[in-house]
Structure formats: C-alpha cells, structure tokens
Design a binder for this molecule. Sequence first.
Ligand code: BG6
Length: 256
Amino acid sequence: EVVREWSGRLQLERQLSQHLHIKEVIIVPGNVDTNTNATMLLSQEAAKYLESILTDEKIVAVTGGSTIASITNFVQETSKWKQLMFIAARGGVGKDVSFQANTIASLFASRMNGTYRTLYMPDSLSEEAYTTMKNEPFIQEMMDLYERTNIIIHGIGDAEEMARRRNTNEQEIERLKEAGSVSEAFGYYFNEQGEAVHRIRTIGIQLKQLQHIEHLLAVAGGAKKAKALLSYFKQAPAQTVLVTDEGAANEMMQII
Ligand code: BG6
C-alpha cells in the first residue's frame, strides 16, 4: 500500500514538473489548507532540499510569508558554514513581523551560522520615495547582492489574499481583479497566462534577475493555491524546484 502510494506520487511529481516546465516537483502528503501536519512536512522537505544544495560562500535570498517562515524551524542548527549570507528579497509585507523576509533571513542565519542583510522599508513606496531610495548606497548594495544571489527560497500566494494581507484598498483590489490577477510572488501580480499585470513599487529582487539564479526553490501548498501556482508557473524560470503538497498537486492536475 505504502509503496503503491509512493510510486503514484513519483508519477504525479514527474507529470507536474513536465506540465509546469520546471526542473522538479516534490510532493508531500496531505493538504496544508486542512492539515497542520502537511505544513510541517512541506517545511521539512523544503529544509532538506535547501540543505542538499547548500555549499559555503553562497548568497541565499528569501521572501516572506508563513510557508517560508516555517522552514526556518526545520533547518538543522549547524556551525559548519563559514560564509553563508541570507538576504531579504524585499521589504516587509503587512503588519506581522514574524512573516517578513527580514525576520526570516535573520532566523535562517542564526540557525546556520550565516550573516544576514535586511531591507527595512515599507513594502510599497510612493513614486517619489522609490526614486530617491533607489540611489541610496545601502540599496545599491542590496541590488548588487541580488545580482550575485545563488539560491532563492520563495513563496507563492493567491493574488487577492496577498493584496488583502498588504492592506490594499478596495479600489486597488478591484483594479487587480480587472487586470485578471491570479497569483502573486516577489511583489508581482500575474494573470492566468503568467503575465505580470502589476507590480508593487518596492525595492527588491527583480523578475529578470531570477533568470540567472542557479537554484530557485518555490514552496507553496494547499488546494486553495492551485490556480495561483498554475498562473505563476506559466512564466517561472525553468530551473525552479517546487515543493508542494498533494492538495495543491491533485487540484492542479484537475484544472490542467
Ligand atoms: C511570500 C512572498 O514569501 O509568500 C509572497 O513574498 C507570497 O510573494 C507569499 O505571495 C505567500 O505567503 P504564504 O503565507 O501563503 O506562504
């Protein structure tokens, strides 16, 4: 029974990675929407994958969100790395500090003996502030680190849910809907075809910078995220590895 279930999962992983045009899909049992155990398995699997690709002197960029935050609990505490750096891929989201990229970067760093760089600023800036900030030396330094990033660990969200979490006003949410936003990642909103239809004015890693990053680790589960995942993966770099759960995987297969 166990073996059959597992071989079925391997097949599903292969099918999905082909459909999504990405390097690999790893599926854990369960559905994070309804089962906290699945959240743990998802985080554990992501931590394991990260540890399998880590070598010293790497720059690891992380985004925020509850999924990525949870991974920090499952990486093994170690002092074997001498020159590992964790950086926040963007400024903060919403009010909950524990889910912000800055906090998550520092948590990874403290468990893995790394250093970290943070980006303390509002997630969304006025045009004026954005233009001024861009030229600040500490921002330039971050931009340079993004160019040299080796690994990125990121979440993917449902467009409307993320907009609400960011306290986006109703008018703006309406505009996002009209533009057909389905998913959100890195501060970009994507439509069903995977086109970026909106971007929050934020300092952070740029979509085009993802293209030349060696390892992209996307972690997102739950049947509720299936549509968002299909949207994001319409455009995701081919080297992406997705760690997800059966809930999302089965729902994606139904839609495809
Ligand atoms: C964050 C990303 O990592 O995770 C967002 O910055 C994404 O772009 C979000 O939408 C998803 O959050 P959660 O809590 O569902 O993991």
